[in-house]
Design a protein around this ligand. Structure first.
Ligand code: BJW
Ligand code: ZN
Length: 246
């Protein structure tokens, strides 16, 4: 067990910090999480919405669902957790964010190095020729189609699909050199994303988890802070600022 002061000292003296985030970091922005009591997968089936065969079978339904999600995301704002993570860049040389989220809120909060493991809801691409389209595609009843006639899908990693290689390999680089690895608001059950936690541990990073409850990552974390990310991250940042006299 580390004292809170030890943990703050460790963070304050770090050269390189990685934040690994999940849906919980955006929960206080009003974007629903996937699992647990109020999770999306409690009411909807991932196998009907978040995989390629489901899209081929019923592209209208999948598009309708993502459009609904996109509306929620468009109306949301980065919260105190995203903003604190971005503020770390002022005080530390190397700060990277590795996120499983598709909502773009880390970038909107000002984080500069963001690796998106599961895609981004603002991008779409043709399943035939892989031409990319931005987010202003019209969807009413009809699924948007590419110039080549192919169906256009959201650029999101569904179950059974590979993660974008460039993002995944760049992550490894960020992780291999980091001193502190924060895990924020993820249940850490989806692979290969969750494997990065173990990679960080193997590389010798000090692992700090922030979540409202215990998760699969709690066992491996050197320190867990239980509470809302939007409360805990600003507190940690303020303690660090005091420590480094800002
Ligand atoms: C707060 C908070 C607050 C709330 N403050 N905290 C069996 C074993 C192992 C692996 C597999 C397996 N069977 C299948 C697999 C592979 C599969 C997988 O991992 N499945 C497991 C679920 C069992 N993985 C894949 O398919 C991946 N691809 C792959 O493996 O490719 C290789 C391959 C290819 C071909 C053939 C064979 C292999 C792809 C995974 C893609 C995941 N996609 C999703 C959906 C995206 C679409 C969309 O958004 O609509 O990504 S799933 C969903 O889960 C989403 C998330 O990014 C991801 C992670 O969820 P996250 O972020 O952790 O959210 P929650 O809801 O789970 O947790 C929220 C947390 O926040 C909770 O802990 C709360 O307590 C906390 N919280 N409020 C702080 N205020
Ligand atoms: Zn096309």
């Amino acid at each position: 067990m580390n004292s809170r002061d030890d943990v703050i000292n460790k963070v304050a003296s770090a050269k390189s910090i990685v934040f690994f985030t999940g849906a919980g970091v955006s929960a206080e922005s009003g974007i629903p999480v996937f699992r647990g009591k109020n999770g999306i997968w409690n009411k909807l089936k991932p196998e009907e919405l978040a995989n390629f065969n489901a899209f081929l079978k019923n592209p209208e339904m999948v598009w309708e669902w993502y459009n609904h999600r996109k509306q929620i995301i468009d109306q949301s704002e980065p919260n105190a957790a995203h903003l604190s993570i971005s503020e770390f860049q002022k005080y530390f040389q190397n700060v990277s964010v590795i996120t499983q989220n598709i909502d773009n809120l880390h970038r909107r909060a000002g984080s500069k190095i963001v690796y998106e493991l599961h895609g981004n809801i603002e991008r779409n691409y043709c399943i035939n020729c892989r031409t990319f389209y931005n987010d202003d595609l019209p969807f009413e009843e009809k699924v948007p189609k590419c110039k080549c006639g192919g169906l256009i899908r959201p650029d999101i990693v569904w179950f059974g699909e590979m993660l974008p290689e460039k993002e995944f390999t760049s992550d490894e680089k960020a992780i291999s050199g980091c001193n502190i690895f924060f895990i924020v608001g993820t249940s850490a059950v989806v692979y290969p994303a969750a494997s990065l936690i173990y990679a960080a541990k193997d590389y010798g990073a000090f692992i700090i988890e922030i979540n409202i409850e215990k998760t699969n990552a709690s066992r491996i974390a050197d320190q867990s802070f239980f509470g809302k990310a939007g409360d805990i991250l600003p507190e940690i940042l303020n303690l660090i600022k005091t420590k480094i006299n800002i």
